[in-house]
Design a protein around this ligand. Structure first.
Ligand code: C2E
Ligand code: CA
Ligand code: CA
Length: 875
């Protein structure tokens, strides 16, 4: 892991340029948009605000003006209408005339008021603007117009007077004619006397005159009719109602005609004045519109136009703002795309390539600060992944190589014997199966050889396992050299080798090969600077002659090997069916032995030992016997091997321990107070931790002291586990005697004398066999005895058969002897007596050595000695 400070100071990493982050980019973009919107908004606002203000000020200024101008024009028109009404009024009533006049006054007052309001605001004086002067002129003209109107209305009042007078004249005429009888004369209020025709005609003409409203031609015709009626009836009327009446009638009639003509004349002149007045009025209205109303209207319309313009401008500003916003947004989007989207996309592509397995990818920098940083981090990561992958690949290659090596080694181990590197049982099994299949197919012979080293166990036991291993390795090489290359050699374990000859031409061919192996293994081996003579026994079998499958082949080869061993080792045996019978016999023997154990057919016989320096019995050795069905008693050597091979020995030893101690207890009870017994125990037995417990139990059961018991072991125990030695030490601690049996056979090592916690040594029969004939043997025996004595060990000589041996042994210091010369093994009831007899015999023999030397091998009790047992080593 690299710290931040390291990264900063690392020159390999480029200096980071100052960059904006994504947030800053977005903020900038949004700020730009906001700015544009704000500016647009401000501009539009400003435009509309200014326009609105201008319009408002124009409105404030020109709207009242327009209103006032409108009022003036309206009042002017109203005045003109009032004048016209007063001029057109045909009424003859005084009240109506007054109301017309009042209306005229009111209209003039209103007009005057409107003008006053208008011109109050106007600047007065010499330096007035031209339009103001025009307006003042207009004011004067209106004042003149009002005066003209009033004058016109005043003259119309005289006309009304004339009309009223004519009307009254015509009414009076009518009444006069009626009174004169124009309507008939009433008699007694019920009967009407028909009026005179003249009066009646005149009354009708007067009514016609009155009914004509128009003062034009119709009135002129009615006047003419009246005048004509008058003229036609003048005579009569002059008569009645009289001339005076006639004169009044004529006078009033003429006056009315004159009044009508006066009105008509007035009307003819007044029409022109009226027309002038009205046209002046409309001229004034038009001028007032032009001078007063029009500027205001124009100003308002200009204001409206300006407002419209301002609205348009504001709209334009808003549109511009919108466009600007769009442009800015586009620019911002472009900027974001360039600074964020594109670099991110590049990063994504690079990532995808990296995940797809490309390792030389690198992301280009650029864009926002985060993305640039991301790109740098990505590149660093890609580099690290690439490095890590390279490391991983290298590591994996090493690992794979290791696995391959290990697998090969394991396979080798699984199929080879690690010591000799030869194929193991597993490989042999496979190879054998294949070979048999091939041989069956090709109708060929196959041979299987079991090669077993003779006495290899002794080599192992005496010279150590390491030495033994070296011997096995060299034997493997010897086998390879001796056999033809096609031979398949395997080691099954221990000192057993197997040879498979797949193209065994004949039995002779196999015998040749076996002979070569025997010969090769007979040559001494040089191991760790030590020469070792070895030998091997070989059992061979043939397919298909002796067996047809792998198991049977292995079995028959084993039988043949057993036979070769049985023949005395260092030889070769080819399987024959008879050998199988022999093996079967062994099997039967084993079964019989097992039955014997169960049936209690085994017994112990005891062979007394005599101490030559005291010539007294010195304990007995318990020896196992089998009472056969025919009464014969079989010696241990006949079945001990099978008992050991089948694991029965353990049971037998425990039984022997109990039985022997019980016997000693019985002897002691009988008066043989110092009776003691030695029992034979194999090394394997001692390995079993419970053996010493059994001893303790046996002693406690019988109440015997430890020195009433002796355990005989062979020197093979020295090669076993430390547990064996510990067991022996425990025994010694119990005061149980421990004797080293069969000393002088095989590969006896002096080391065992020094290392084993023993207190006795039993010299093997072979060591003393020749001492009475062979001075060298005698010298060896003497030296060995002296050596043992020197080590503080008691010595027992076994297998003493001749007095000569006894005499010679008697001269070797304190020594105990055991052998047929003094006593053969006997049953427990006879043991005490046999021991006494044997002691007596020893005394006799040693006192008269010359006489004894002449005697044969007869036992003290005179019975024929049982000589079948041959000394052998317990495993
Ligand atoms: P071993 O321990 O060396 O026992 C002595 C053998 O020599 C006995 O044979 C005995 O009968 C025989 N013998 C004694 N005196 C003479 C003699 O003057 N001349 C000759 N030629 N032989 C003599 P046995 O009883 O047949 O025993 C054979 C071997 O079997 C014993 O050799 C011992 O190794 C083993 N054995 C016997 N009994 C037991 C037993 O209870 N347990 C164990 N583990 N092994 C036993
Ligand atoms: Ca013994
Ligand atoms: Ca012995």
């Amino acid at each position: 892991m690299q710290s931040a400070s390291e990264t900063a100071s690392d020159p390999a990493i480029p200096r980071r340029r100052w960059r904006l982050g994504i947030g800053a980019h977005l903020a900038l973009g949004l700020a730009a948009v906001a700015f544009v919107v704000l500016v647009g908004q401000l501009v539009a606002d400003n435009i509309t605000h200014t326009a609105a203000q201008a319009v408002r000020s124009l409105q404030l200024r020109y709207e009242p003006q327009a209103r006032l101008a409108g009022a003036i024009i309206e009042k002017l028109a109203a005045f003109d209408r009032a004048v016209e009404e007063s001029l057109g009024s045909e009424t003859t009533s005084v009240e109506a005339q007054h109301s017309v006049q009042a209306a005229l006054d009111a209209a003039a007052g209103d007009l005057n008021d409107a003008l006053t309001v208008w011109f109050e605001r106007m600047p007065r004086g010499a330096s007035v603007p031209p339009e103001a002067r025009n307006q003042q002129l207009l004011e004067q003209r209106i004042a003149a117009h009002v005066a003209a109107g009033r004058t016109l209305a005043g003259s119309s009042g005289a006309r009304q007077q004339w009309l009223r007078e004519r009307h009254e004249l015509l009414e009076a005429e009518g009444r006069r004619i009626t009174r004169a009888g124009g309507a008939g004369l009433a008699i007694n209020d019920t009967a009407v006397v028909v009026a005179r025709k003249s009066l009646m005609e005149l009354s009708q003409a007067a009514a016609g005159l009155r009914s004509v409203a128009d003062l034009g031609d119709a009135a002129a015709r009615a006047e003419h009719e009246f005048a004509a009626t008058l003229d036609r009836n003048d005579a009569e009327l002059m008569h009645s109602p009289g001339a005076a009446w006639m004169e009044i009638v004529r006078e009033d009639f003429n006056r009315s005609v004159s009044l009508r003509n006066q009105v008509n004349r007035f009307d003819a002149s007044n029409a022109r004045d009226r027309h002038d007045f009205l046209s002046a009025g409309s001229g004034l209205i038009s001028d007032a519109q032009t001078l007063l109303q029009e500027p205001a209207r124009q100003a308002l319309s200009a204001a409206a136009q300006r407002a419209a313009q301002a609205a348009t401008n504001a709209q334009r500003a808003l549109v511009s703002t919108g466009i600007a916003v769009v442009v800015v947004v586009l620019l911002v989007s472009l900027l974001l795309a360039l600074r964020i989207s594109l670099p991110v996309r590049r990063l994504m592509v690079a990532t995808r390539r990296l995940t797809a397995g490309e390792r030389d990818v690198s992301a280009r920098g650029g864009g926002s600060a985060e993305i640039a940083e991301l790109a740098e981090a990505f590149n660093a990561m890609a580099a690290k992944i690439s490095d890590a992958e390279a490391d991983l690949r290298a590591h994996q290659a090493v690992l794979e190589q290791n696995v391959e090596d290990r697998t090969r080694a394991l396979h080798h181990l699984a199929h080879h014997d690690p010591l000799t590197e030869l194929p193991n049982r597993r490989q042999l099994t496979a190879r054998l199966a294949a070979a048999l299949a091939m041989a069956a197919h090709a109708e060929r012979r196959c041979a299987l050889l079991f090669v077993d080293l003779d006495n290899f166990k002794s080599v192992n036991d005496t010279l150590g396992h390491k030495f033994g291993d070296r011997v096995l390795q060299l034997v493997g090489l010897r086998l390879r050299e001796a056999l033809e290359p096609s031979a398949f050699i395997a080691r099954l374990g221990g000192d057993e080798f197997t040879v498979l000859i797949e193209d065994a031409v004949s039995a002779e061919h196999v015998c040749e090969q076996a002979a070569k192996v025997i010969e090769a293994l007979q040559k001494p081996l040089l191991v760790d600077g030590r020469q070792l003579s070895t030998s091997a026994s070989i059992g061979a079998t043939l397919y298909p002659d002796h067996a047809r499958d792998a198991d049977a082949l292995l079995r028959t080869a084993d039988v043949a090997l057993f036979h070769a061993k049985d023949l005395g080792r260092n030889r070769f045996a080819m399987y024959t069916p008879e050998l199988y019978d022999l093996a079967a016999h062994r099997f039967r023997l084993e079964q019989a032995l097992r039955r014997a154990v169960e049936d209690g057919d085994l017994l112990l016989m005891y062979q007394p030992q005599i101490a030559l320096h005291t010539l007294e019995p010195a304990g007995v050795e318990a020896l196992l016997r089998w009472r056969k069905g025919d009464g014969r008693i079989a010696s241990a050597s006949e079945f001990i091997e099978i008992a050991e091979a089948t694991g029965l020995m353990r049971e037998l030893t425990t039984w022997a321990l109990r039985s022997a101690t019980a016997t000693v207890k019985a002897w002691r009870a009988m008066g043989w107070h110092n009776a003691s017994v030695a029992i034979n125990v194999s090394a394997m037995q001692l390995l079993d931790g419970s053996f010493v417990d059994h001893v303790i139990e046996a002693l406690s059961v019988t109440g015997l002291p430890g020195d009433a018991l002796e355990i005989e072991i062979t020197e093979t125990v020295i090669q076993t586990a430390p547990a064996t030695l510990a067991a022996l030490q425990r025994l010694r601690a119990l005061d149980v005697a421990v004797a080293l049996d069969d000393f002088g056979t095989g590969y006896s090592s002096l080391a065992s004398l020094a290392q084993l916690p023993i207190n006795r040594v039993k010299l093997d029969r072979t060591l003393i066999e020749e001492i009475d004939h062979n001075p060298r043997s005698a010298a060896i025996a003497r030296s060995v005895i002296a050596l043992c004595h020197g080590l503080g060990l008691e010595v027992v000589a076994e297998g003493v058969e001749r007095p000569g041996q006894l005499v010679l042994l008697g001269q070797c210091g304190p020594i105990t002897v055991q052998g047929f010369l003094l006593a053969a093994p006997v049953e427990m009831q006879l043991t005490a007596q046999t021991a006494e007899t044997a002691a007596a015999r020893a005394r006799t023999l040693l006192q008269a050595p010359a006489d004894q030397a002449a005697q044969g091998t007869r036992a003290g009790d005179g019975s024929l000695l049982f000589v079948g047992a041959k000394a052998r080593r317990r495993p």
